[in-house]
Design a protein. Sequence first.
Length: 499
Amino acid sequence: MTGISSLRREISELEDAVSQQTALIFNMNRKLQSLQHELRKTATYPVCDLPPEILSEIFLYGLPPTLIPTEAIDPFDPERPSAPLLFLQICRAWRRAALATPELWKSLAICMDETPDRRSSHMLDIFAERARALPLNLALWAMQGSDRGGSQADEDAFSHCLERNAHRIGSLALELCENEAEVFNREQLDFPNLRHLNINLEHGSGHWSENNQPLRCFRNTPLLTSLILHIFLTYPRFLDLPWTQLTKLETRGMPLDASLEAVRLCPNLTDLTLSIDWMPTWTESFGPPLTHLFIQRLRLTEHPEAPEFDDEDEVFALSCFTLPALETLEIWPTHRMGEEVFTDFIGRSSPPLRNLSFKTAQGYALPEWLSMYPLIGLKITSLEIEHPPRAFCKLFFDTLASNIDLLLALESLSMSCDEDNAHYGLEYFMERAGHAITVRRQQQHSGTPWPLRSLRLVSSGRWGLRFDLSPNIKAIRVLQGLKQAGIEVYAGTARQRVV
């Protein structure tokens, strides 16, 4: 019996000790939480103390990067608003800062399809008020084949809203079919401050003609100088626009004949961007090359596909122009466009060309020229060549080293490559470029040193690839010598500098 009593007493003592320790731990946890709460009250958070002007600058980075293409813009949802409306719901300080930043409210995309309460259209009044005196950047779009079930009252309300704010619009992007475009034929619409217009009329089921001209409201836009055109249903001549006052034109996804027509309608262009989507099967209608006296900059994307029929002559867009004022040319050629196309263009244009870029993208490639004759005597100061084929690269550097009349005014040379071929990548470019430029600098033309001041050799790299080149290899030593001679040299990838 004595042993049992002893065990019970010991258990009771341990239970009492556990209770005491538990109570002690509870009190310690409560005190810890109290101290942590007091500490949090004294803590400072920099974001809460930012000056309103700094907060406003940060807010600008939270805006959508672009209003076009409209496929990336979600219709307005009051339950899940995006910036800048989202900033109004965080706290009073953020709301005050957002409402005091007109730049947040100057850009808006509106879907003209039916939405709950059609609130998207009403947002235009709100944004216009909060943008204050800033011109508005507005994108209006409608989905192809959408069910526009809104009432006539809703349609009229939107039209009146657009009329009220039309004078505030400085940039307007439209992606519409013919039904929605009718809104812009209302005579009350007036855009006196419109400077940039982006028109996409690809969607829809009909064709416009001389008797059915869309967008008549843009006849009187005295400040309009810039136009982006993406149309498939009609030709530019059927669009009632102030063509003669345009100085900047960009066409996207248009056939060559329609693009040429747009350029003919704009006699005062200085900046032209053409992206040829497809070529007509006829070629005799193009006639002689179009001469334009004022175009100074051309960005041209040739049609990448070969002619549909074997007996059909291929027409390159560059062959359709004579541009005697051209100073900058950026071209995405196809691998079928030989050097004679470029030679003929330079010969008939005799332009004061200063900047030349050969670009590449999927479906586009620099052709393997048989000679560098088109570049001999050319007085460009800047040359960019993206991903040239090996034969072109070898011929280019060999000619650069041996012919002092090649690119005799060149100041900046930029070339890019990839690492798909183990024997044709950055190391190859470094070796050939360093040798050719060193030899060329040792020569003089009429006693005048070659003016090259900048060399960039950039590789697109490969997944997991990191260059680990010894600084003692000849190619690096040669390029370092060019740097010491005063040439700005960069060789490497976007993330790793080798030289």
